[in-house]
Design a binder for this molecule. Structure first.
Ligand code: ADP
Ligand code: MG
Length: 535
């Protein structure tokens, strides 16, 4: 091996990796739950982000240590898969690593721990599946609570009530039944944001909002009972591709030439009129002269609309996108109650609203400052995913640490049936699950020991949805106080946390080109991690 290769072996490698993984978890642990703290992140240019969102924090931190990176990856997967539970998944990974460390100290072989963790993780998923309750697409109260539980941040109760309602309606509109299952493609929900007004002015549009104004001031500003043509072709005369020169030798010839162009554009506009459309939405350009003819005919037209918006418009209005103008016919036309140009936050936008049974909709976020609407955008996009996950799988669980305690108690019973050394690993896994209710209590400024005892006692008595009521400082039924999450948030967190923990435990040799960042492999290499507290 070359000289600049660093190698760490065996127990040292494990110790270093576990330490790095746990450090990542410790960074985000204080943000967990509705009373969690925020982090202020300052990048090298001095730009500031203040957030309590686990994955945002870790993405911004540029963590360098390889094992720490594996833990950050857990948060990213969680975000991609379900949009929520990122902090939970990372905190669980940290706790699993810590418990594994205890076992390693008792001379238990990593392979045994990995085996036990695998058994525990599989069993945990079964316990959660049994615990979950059904939710129907029409179940407004439950779905709104799912939205509100996920929507943490600096928003008031009435704002979160309003936004939750909007998200639930939006998800319901775009959900489609395929055989026995329900599919929600969150791309069918367009999120537009414009500063001005307040969060309370955020609205759901049963149709699509496009960041464009009508092409000609002579066109009507608003059209009711809109008949909409979607065209992916230019209303322009094609410029000759080759270098061919057209020699015009007399004024007559010029006249004739221009007349011909005029007629061609007129024909294009007539095609639109023939289809019955009074609104033209064009993916390409519209020539000035064509604009003039369209305006004269009383058509509302916008141009250079993004392809993704064309797709959504098609889903919302039922129109088919015509790829040539000559193709356009009556059966391609879509409908909406109204198409209107409106000034929002000083900018003209086109609202296609009042679509009948739209399969794509828009949420228009309003808010006092750019900071507020950006934060609302992040939060709403995650909430849309979360509600989508609840609708698709049709399963939810109570939150507030209740499912984690159910899993923990179930695993302890299961461990006894497995026996041997794996039993210890399964028990360790069970113990790691307690980190969630414990952290919720701690972050709420509550006594974690007292509350955990009460919580376990309640579950022992069969109160499966008892959790930490962070707001009141008590143990309460989480369904009753509306703290509800999709089953998928919990299963995904356990799956990816245990996979990452197992992957880290299986490493007994770290061979690095260059430097891992000092003796323990921490320090600079791990991006300036804080010292490890004893959990
Ligand atoms: P994550 O990134 O893991 O979603 P959060 O900071 O959003 O982290 O915290 C999620 C945890 O907080 C979940 O366990 C959830 O059940 C719990 N939680 C959310 N709202 C409440 C509440 N009002 N009372 C108790 N627990 C809550
Ligand atoms: Mg969350």
């Amino acid at each position: 091996m070359g000289e600049d290769v660093e190698r760490i072996l065996g127990r040292d490698a494990q110790r270093m990796n576990i330490l790095a993984g746990r450090a990542v978890a410790e960074i985000v642990r204080s943000t967990l739950g509705p009373k969690g703290m925020d982090k202020m992140l300052v990048d090298s240019l001095g730009d500031i982000v203040v957030t309590g969102d686990g994955v945002t924090i870790l993405k911004e931190m540029e963590i360098g240590h390889p094992a720490a990176k594996m833990v950050v990856e857990v948060a990213k997967v969680q975000e991609d898969e379900v949009g929520d539970g990122t902090t939970t998944s990372v905190v669980l990974t940290g706790a699993m690593l810590q418990k594994a460390e205890d076992l390693l100290n008792q001379q238990i072989h990593p392979a045994v721990i990995v085996n036990g963790y695998r058994l525990a993780s599989e069993k945990a998923l079964k316990i959660l599946a049994d615990l979950a309750t059904d939710v129907k697409t029409g179940d407004d109260t439950v779905l709104k609570n799912v939205a509100k539980t996920s929507m943490k941040g600096r928003i008031t109760e009435s704002e979160s009530e309003k936004l939750a309602g909007i998200v639930v309606s939006a998800v319901r509109k775009v959900s489609v039944t395929e055989g026995k299952s329900i599919k929600v493609d969150i791309d069918d929900i367009k999120v537009e944001k414009k500063s001005g007004g307040s969060l309370e002015n955020t609205e759901l549009i049963e149709g699509i909002v496009i960041d464009k104004e009508r092409v000609h001031a002579g066109m009507p500003k608003s059209i009711t009972k809109a008949k909409i043509a979607l065209v992916n072709a230019a209303f322009e005369i094609e410029k000759t591709e080759t270098e061919a020169e057209i020699r015009i030798t007399s004024p007559d010839q010029l006249q004739a030439f221009m007349k011909q162009e005029e007629n061609m554009l007129k024909d294009m506009v007539e095609k639109v009129m023939k289809s019955g459309a009074n609104v033209l939405i064009c993916q390409k350009g519209i020539d000035d002269l064509a604009q003039h003819y369209l305006a004269k005919a009383g058509v509302f037209a916008i141009r250079r609309v993004k392809e993704s918006d064309m797709t959504k418009l098609s889903k919302a209005t039922g129109a088919r996108v015509a790829s040539t103008i000559s193709d356009l016919s009556e059966k391609d036309i879509g409908y909406s109650a109204q198409v209107e140009e409106m000034k929002i936050g000083g900018e003209a936008m086109t609202f296609v609203r009042g679509c009948k049974d739209p399969k794509a909709v828009t949420i228009l976020i309003r808010g006092g400052t750019q900071h507020i609407i950006d934060e609302a955008d992040r939060s709403l996009s995650d909430t849309i995913k979360v509600v989508g996950a609840a609708v698709e799988s049709g399963k939810v669980v109570a939150g507030g640490g209740s499912p984690e305690i159910e899993v923990s108690l179930g695993l302890k019973k299961y461990a006894a049936t497995v026996g041997g050394r794996e039993q210890l690993a399964i028990e360790a896994f069970a113990g790691a699950m307690e980190i969630i209710p414990r952290s919720l209590a701690e972050n709420g400024g509550l006594d974690p020991i007292d509350l955990l005892v009460k919580l376990k006692a309640s579950h022992d008595k069969g109160q499966k949805s008892s959790g930490i009521n962070v707001m009141e400082g008590t143990v309460s039924d989480m369904f009753k106080i509306g703290v509800i999450e999709p089953l998928k948030v919990k299963t995904q967190a356990i799956k990816s946390a245990s996979e990452a923990a197992m992957m880290i435990l299986k490493i007994d040799d770290v061979i690095a080109a260059g430097n891992l960042g000092g003796a323990g492999g921490m320090g600079g290499g791990a991006g300036g991690m804080p010292p490890m507290p004893d959990m």
